[in-house]
Design a binder for this molecule. Structure first.
Ligand code: C2E
Ligand code: CA
Ligand code: CA
Length: 698
């Protein structure tokens, strides 16, 4: 408010006073002289200019006409109050005052009032200052101060803040944005926000980025740092008017750590902790994917299920740390072998999966698998143990063998089982007939368990003939099972089932007791001693009661220990971990003979022969079969015989069917023969007859 100075003009004709008129006119602000009734009696040219009236018009108005309608009544009351008691209080003090122009527009004004007494009447000289411009300036200053404050907040907060115009062009960015994105502020300003996006942002029809937040105020997003790296962020976009311009404030912060943590959790949930290979759930996801793309390019997907043979044995006898280490080595080798886009997964235990998802129709899968097994299953040294590893592999093809991951996995598993049953260390591709086999297998397992309990099994004995004396000197006990339900089941089928089903120890114990008892009876009937060979499965060897069972069977039947021969296969020796040697030593201590069965197939490493206490080698029938026509087989047989003799072992040949084979073996110094040429496995009483009647003539 302007200052009020009491000035009294006592001249009666003051209103017409040129002096007053001149003073008023010279004032830089609008001046109005108002009479006691409120009429304007004098106005200067600045008043004309401010209110937009001519002087004549002004002089026809009351002062209230220059006040917006809503204040008029109040103004009138205040004015009369003021005129009565000018010194009591300032008119309009403490209120925002408005003037009304002729054109109806309002202006913010400041008023200074001077009471003037003219001819005994109280006039009021009012100076009116249009402060619109000043206020605008103040406002601008205030805004600028606020802007500065905003700026300093923006500069110090750790969030990336980017302001864009309505179209999405960057107007300003704070230092946190500079460091998050790697651009200087100058470089950012003027760019489209989409230029720092690493992913395509939704756009409106006119091509501008759709910045208005859709479905929630925060979202995960990815920016592209100047150096090219993707930066995951949490981004919030708020529509905002800045300096009268509509636009957006984009606030973002780096969530790399959050993403990494999430990825770690995700990784743990989808990978095997030991080998870091994808686990089943990730594999299934991959297969879904692979099936889709195979569908669109009409290719096949091959799934191989690789199961390490006898892994449990390694684990049990050498300890889990060796077993684990071995799995890690296998995993590493698998990864090294596969191509970049093949998938290797671990299903748990000793089962691995490889997926080839780009198979052209003509691809030679068998060759690829042969290559794989060569590379992955090469002997390995783990903590000083040399391990020879074999695996049984089951394969299944999409789409032929199953059209969803679960089915394909199951079918590969069934095929793998077939590979195991067929003697392990081999590959089988799924065939639909295997489904029946698989069901059969389950049925077989149940039936076998029952058969063992109810002693439905029987033994036949296959004579072994000494090539020097020409006499039957022993028999091999072979298990037979004639099921009332399933008919005759061959041992090649039921022995693996018994091994997998945990029944082999019981079955083997029975063979041992029944065989020894029968041997005692046979030789009593025959009147001379014979030897009995029993087949022993690896599981039995690891049974703690086994040695005691042998001693017991010998004692109970009354035979001599040397009459009992235990037939083992090389597999047991290959996986030797010290305890096998101890077991064999103990057997020998008992006086029982140890025979290495099926010699010639498998590893046939000569090292085993010197390392283990072996009494006798049985040449596998596959070599005997081809003696006459295949030079290499004959050479191998020669070598085995010479070597075995050199080591003080006897040699028996199995599967002898022809006279040619017999003659060859005799010429090479083979000690004993066994085969259909002499007799198949027969009941005990037939053995006695054969042993009485059969004599070979050299
Ligand atoms: P193996 O120990 O190699 O037994 C010899 C197999 O060859 C027997 O088959 C026998 O019948 C057959 N064989 C004998 N002479 C000839 C021949 O001249 N030509 C041909 N082609 N084959 C001949 P089988 O009885 O079917 O037994 C198969 C396998 O089952 C055995 O192979 C053995 O590994 C296993 N097995 C049999 N009985 C038992 C047992 O009581 N316990 C264990 N653990 N395994 C057994
Ligand atoms: Ca045998
Ligand atoms: Ca054999």
């Amino acid at each position: 408010m302007g200052s009020r100075t009491e000035s009294v003009v006592t001249h009666a004709a003051a209103v017409d006073d040129d002096h007053l008129r001149l003073v008023v006119e010279a004032s830089p602000s609008a001046m109005l002289l108002v009479d006691p009734s409120g009429r304007i009696v004098l106005a200067n040219s600045e008043a004309e200019h401010s209110f937009g009236y001519t002087r004549e018009e002004l002089l026809a108005l009351r002062v209230e006409d220059l006040v917006p309608q809503r204040f008029r009544q109040h103004h009138d009351v205040e004015r009369q109050e003021y005129v009565a008691h000018p010194s009591r209080r300032g008119m309009g003090v403490g209120r925002e005052l408005f003037g009304l122009r002729k054109d109806g527009t309002e202006m913010r004004v400041e008023i200074g009032l001077n009471p003037i007494v003219i001819s005994g009447e109280r006039f009021v000289l009012a100076s009116v200052i249009d402060i619109t411009e000043r206020l605008r300036g103040q406002q601008a200053e205030k805004l600028a101060r606020e802007g500065e404050l905003r700026r300093s907040i923006l500069d110090s907060i750790p969030f990336c803040v980017i302001v864009t115009d309505a179209a999405g062009r960057i107007v300003t960015a704070n230092p946190a944005a500079e460091s998050l994105l790697g651009y200087a502020q100058d470089e950012l300003i003027g760019r489209w926000i989409t230029e720092v996006d690493a992913v395509e942002r939704a756009r409106y029809a006119d091509g501008t980025p759709a910045l208005s937040p859709v479905g929630g105020d925060e979202a995960e997003w990815t920016y592209r740092h100047k150096d090219g790296r993707a930066v995951p962020v949490n981004e919030a976009i708020v529509a905002l008017t800045v300096d009268d311009e509509p636009g957006f404030i984009v606030v973002a912060y780096d969530i790399t750590h959050r993403i990494e943590a999430r990825e770690r959790v995700e990784h743990l949930a989808t990978h095997d902790a030991l080998t870091n290979l994808p686990n089943r759930s990730l594999l299934v996801r991959h297969l879904d994917h692979a099936f889709d793309s195979a569908d669109s390019d009409r290719r096949q997907v091959a799934l191989l299920l690789i199961d390490i043979d006898h892994f449990k044995r390694i684990n049990d006898s050498l300890g889990h740390h060796i077993g684990d280490e071995m799995l890690v080595v296998v995993a590493e080798r698998l990864l090294a072998w596969v191509r970049e886009y093949d998938v290797v997964a671990r299903l748990g235990g000793d089962e691995f999966v490889i997926v080839f998802d780009d198979l052209d129709p003509g691809v030679d899968l068998d060759k690829r698998i042969a290559d794989l097994t060569r590379a992955v299953l090469a002997p390995m040294v783990v903590h000083g143990y040399e391990l020879a590893v074999t695996a049984s592999i089951g394969g299944a093809l999409y789409p032929a063998d199953g059209d969803d991951p679960a089915a394909l996995l199951k079918h590969a598993d069934i095929a793998m089982y077939q590979a195991k049953s067929a003697g392990r260390n081999g590959v089988r591709w799924f065939e639909h007939a295997m489904l029946d086999d698989n069901n059969d297998r389950l049925a077989l397992s149940g039936a076998l368990r029952q058969a063992i309990e109810q002693e439905e099994l029987s033994l036949v004995y296959q004579p072994q003939v000494d090539l020097v004396s020409g006499q039957v000197v022993g028999v091999e006990a072979l298990a037979r099972w004639s099921s009332p339900l399933l008919g005759a089941v061959t041992p090649d089928r039921f022995i693996p089932v018994a091994e997998d089903g945990g029944m082999i120890v019981e079955l083997g114990g029975w063979v041992l007791r029944a065989g020894c008892a029968t041997l005692a009876r046979m030789q009593r009937d025959l009147g001379r001693e014979l030897r009995l060979a029993v087949n022993v499965s690896p599981h039995q060897l690891r049974s703690e009661t086994w040695l005691a069972e042998i001693a017991d069977a010998i004692a109970t039947s009354g035979i001599e220990p040397w009459q009992l021969e235990v037939e083992l296969t090389e597999g047991i020796l290959i996986e030797d971990h010290g305890d096998v040697v101890a077991m064999l030593e103990a057997l020998r201590e008992l006086g029982v003979a140890i025979v290495l069965d099926d010699f010639g197939c498998g590893y046939s490493s000569l090292a085993y022969l010197t390392k283990f206490p072996i009494d006798k080698i049985k040449i596998d029938r596959s070599f005997v079969q081809d003696i006459a026509d295949a030079d290499t087989d004959a050479a191998i047989v020669d070598a085995i015989i010479v070597m075995a003799h050199a080591l003080g072992m006897t040699v028996v040949a199995e599967g002898v069917e022809t006279e040619v084979q017999e003659r060859y073996l005799r010429e090479r110094g083979c000690d004993e023969v066994q085969g259909y040429r002499y007799s198949p496995g027969v009941p005990a009483r037939d053995v006695v007859t054969i042993a009485r009647e059969l004599t070979l003539t050299p």
